[in-house]
Design a protein around this ligand. Structure first.
Ligand code: H79
Length: 439
């Protein structure tokens, strides 16, 4: 296989599955994008989008002071939404460090706030029993030795222009800096559950594993934190141990991703409104149903959802984020058994129209998520001898199982089909779930 040639970490497939088990069961996490860009409040890529110079960007560093930052409130909100882990930006592409670093002055300690945000955050989230993850940007738009590339604010067009821009820059120095900082975040805050590196873009005027020193970097990470789970963006796709899960970002996942014909762990990361950092004037927020579908659909294809909040520069969640989290939590309070510990349903269960299926292998229960509430007679094709009992998940009320009926006008029924009799009135649940006890 592509993997077997190159090894970074000595571990069997079964050991890897075991190491990831808590994360796979958790299914739902909170991404937090927070940095100086929260003050610009118009996308975390604002420095690149508007080609802002270091000098012009400096004002954000000089006034950064999130006086309302209360991480234990954030942790409670994450938990109430049904999230089991969280990943925060320790440094985003802008290069600003939310943690205390010995390797740069461009950190939170030198802002008016003057306190280690990452330390407070870790303590609060850990106290709520949430898994702890660090996002760390490989890309750095502030470090003076980081070579200008095609995603940099100062990007150019020709090789000559890049050569001129980079004549005094030495990527080897940045490589060392990045390794030192990753060592810092993995040694200053106790056990870290997830490392989320972002991102490689090999090719012309791009960067990949040689630029980052990825092999050495990941080796160090695994030695420092043997239990840690690492995403796949350090450009080490061919290395066993180089990554643990893949990260489809802001697009619909059509089917469970595979490598060499094998299904791999995956987590899609998604935003409420399009940007990751706080964006005051963005009005493209997904609604309650869209967000729930993102979660359910991920689990129905064997994956996780990392749903992002971009806190404001005062350290609060925007009211729209609060609303969305509340709505997720309201649904999760009653329906989380169809999420936690669940995965894609066995292939012999066909999903009825407008439904998503999940399955819990431990309890042998199948969950049918009704995206479009059907009228009374609900046909389950091929389920006849496979099911023992059916009920709504949210209130454990029985659903009558019978021979197919009322289907003869439009649908042909087979001898292995059965019918569930649903109440005419849609339950007061955004997406009702049928829990089926399998034989
Ligand atoms: O931090 C947020 C964004 O600022 C940053 N990543 C999220 C988590 C980001 N912004 N733009 N992009 C990433 C575009 C980059 C996409 C890619 Fe990929 C990442 C190309 C290759 C790696 C996603 C994963 C698309 C293909 C694979």
């Amino acid at each position: 296989t592509a993997f077997s040639q190159k090894k970074i970490w000595d571990e069997t497939e079964a050991e890897k599955t075991e190491r990831l088990a808590w994360w796979t069961d958790a299914r739902f996490g909170m991404f937090i994008h927070w940095g100086l860009y929260a003050q610009a409040a118009r996308h975390e890529w604002v420095k690149k989008r508007e080609r802002i110079s270091d000098e012009a960007y400096q004002k954000y560093f000089e006034i950064f002071n999130p006086d309302l930052f209360d991480p234990s409130e954030w942790a409670k909100k994450a938990k109430a939404a049904g999230m089991k882990y969280a990943v925060i930006t320790s440094k985003h592409h802008e290069g600003f460090c939310m943690f205390e670093s010995d390797y740069t002055d461009y950190d939170v300690m030198n802002t008016p706030y003057g306190q280690d945000i990452i330390k407070k955050w870790v303590d609060a989230f850990r106290a709520e029993g949430l898994g702890i993850g660090f996002y760390y940007s490989l890309i750095d738009w502030h470090h003076p030795e980081y070579t200008i590339d095609r995603v940099h604010p100062q990007s150019a067009n020709t090789q000559e222009e890049y050569d001129e821009l980079n004549k005094d820059r030495d990527m080897a120095v940045y490589r060392e800096y990045l390794k030192n900082q990753v060592r810092e975040i993995l040694t200053q805050y106790g056990k870290i559950d997830i490392l989320w590196l972002d991102f490689s873009f090999p090719g012309e005027f791009g960067k990949g594993y040689e630029d980052w020193g990825s092999v050495e970097l990941i080796k160090m990470v695994r030695e420092l934190q043997p239990g840690i789970i690492i995403n796949d963006r350090a450009d080490l796709k061919d290395y066993w141990g180089g990554w643990d899960f893949t990260t489809p970002e802001q697009f619909k996942v059509e089917k469970w991703p595979e490598v060499d014909g094998k299904k791999i762990p995956w987590e899609t990361c998604q935003t409420f409104s399009g940007s990751w950092g706080y964006y005051r004037d963005e009005h493209t927020w997904k609604d309650k149903k869209q967000l729930l579908v993102l979660l359910i659909e991920s689990v129905s294809k064997g994956g996780n959802l990392l749903l992002n909040v971009g806190p404001t520069a005062r350290g609060t969640f925007d009211y729209r984020a609060d609303k969305a989290l509340n709505e997720m939590g309201e649904w999760m309070k009653y329906n989380s058994p169809s999420i936690y510990g669940c995965t894609q349903a066995p292939a012999d269960f066909e999903a009825p129209d407008n439904t998503l299926l999940t399955y819990n292998p431990e309890t042998n229960r199948l969950y049918i998520h009704l995206l479009d509430y059907p009228l009374q007679n609900f046909l389950l094709r091929g389920y006849k001898d496979k099911i023992k009992y059916a009920q709504f998940l949210h209130d454990a009320s029985e659903l009558n199982i019978s021979e197919p009926r009322g289907h003869w006008i439009k649908q042909e029924t087979g001898e292995n089909d059965i019918n569930l009799l649903l109440p005419v009135n849609k339950p007061n649940v955004e997406i009702p779930v049928i829990e089926v006890f399998l034989k």
